[in-house]
Design a protein around this ligand. Structure first.
Ligand SMILES: NC(=O)c1ccc[n+]([C@@H]2O[C@H](COP(=O)([O-])OP(=O)(O)OC[C@H]3O[C@@H](n4cnc5c(N)ncnc54)[C@H](O)[C@@H]3O)[C@@H](O)[C@H]2O)c1
Length: 265
């Protein structure tokens, strides 16, 4: 019960990693503002309250400043302040290559994926600092570490999130507010549903995640658990970092690996 009576905001909590995190925060005693642009927010809040937890749903656009301010106000009014902000909402923006990416597309991807976390830090950090200490966790991606896991717009937005975690941690010196990011690899969520659905239908699940040494994709809870660790006092000395949660994908250059237990050809 690492979050007993803590006031917590999770954006993008209507699905996937955000929903898994909201449920886990609540199961550890946290009181959660469940923010999403869809009705998934209400569903997640319902799941929490049904299980005896405390939650408030709010429909927002996480890339709009007034909505971020409204979300933080709801947490402060409902739960007496703010301890944790998990800025997780994001969009893939599709797989358009450099030349098919128009300014409108990259602007929207950056607005949601990068300006959203920026607004979350800007407005949440002062409220968290008022509590004496707390944490902000951002969702970046392996796509932000190097190329190959998303479109140019998506990858650039997530690289920005990784840098934002580092810069913000520095700018919050003396506040006792830590800022870290998780960098998920391929995870089975709403965003990647078509990939997993196709693989199941085509009987090709063994190919999903085959580029990482664990040879599989992740489940949302595996990401959520790392987000909770970073948000908790267990990570009291982890600050300004981007933690890859990708089965080992980003730990190697793209070489042919020798399989465990098999001799080299
Ligand atoms: N699934 C993966 O393989 C993967 C890999 C790397 C990073 N990520 C990142 O993980 C985060 C969570 O995504 P997910 O995989 O759980 O996908 P998901 O689609 O299941 O969940 C994302 C949620 O964010 C919400 N959302 C999108 N734009 C929003 C906005 N402007 N305002 C408020 N809510 C908004 C969606 O409605 C949805 O409920 C995203 O930032 C995504 O980029 C996912």
């Amino acid at each position: 019960m690492r979050f007993t009576d803590k006031s917590i905001i999770v954006t993008g909590a209507g699905s996937g990693i955000g929903r898994a995190a909201a449920l886990l925060f609540a199961s550890e005693g946290g009181r959660v503002v469940v923010a999403d642009k869809t009705e998934g927010a209400d569903e997640t809040a319902h799941l929490i309250t049904q299980a005896g937890g405390a939650a408030k749903a709010i429909r927002i656009d996480a890339g709009l400043e007034e909505d971020v301010i409204r979300t933080i106000a709801l947490a402060c009014d409902s739960f007496g302040g703010l301890d944790v902000m998990f800025a997780n909402a994001g969009i893939s923006g599709g797989m358009a290559n450099l030349f098919d990416t128009d300014v409108a597309l990259i602007t929207e991807v950056l607005r949601v994926n990068l300006i959203g976390p920026f607004l979350a830090i800007k407005h949440a950090a002062p409220r968290i600092a008022e509590r004496g200490k707390g944490a902000i966790v951002l969702t970046a991606s392996v796509a932000g570490i190097r190329s190959g896991a998303g479109s140019p717009a998506y990858s650039a937005s997530k690289a920005g999130v990784i840098n934002l975690a580092a810069v913000s941690a520095q700018q919050l010196t003396g506040s006792n507010v830590r800022v870290n990011a998780i960098c998920p690899g391929l995870t089975e969520t709403g965003m990647t549903k078509p990939v997993f659905d196709y693989a199941r239908e085509a009987n090709k699940m063994d190919r999903v995640g085959r580029l990482n040494p664990l040879h599989r994709g992740a489940q949302p809870e595996e990401l959520a658990k790392v987000a909770l660790f970073l948000a908790s006092e267990d990570a009291s000395y982890v600050n300004g970092q981007a933690i890859a949660v990708d089965g080992g994908l980003s730990s190697s250059h793209p070489v042919t690996r020798q399989e465990y237990g098999k001799t080299a050809a």
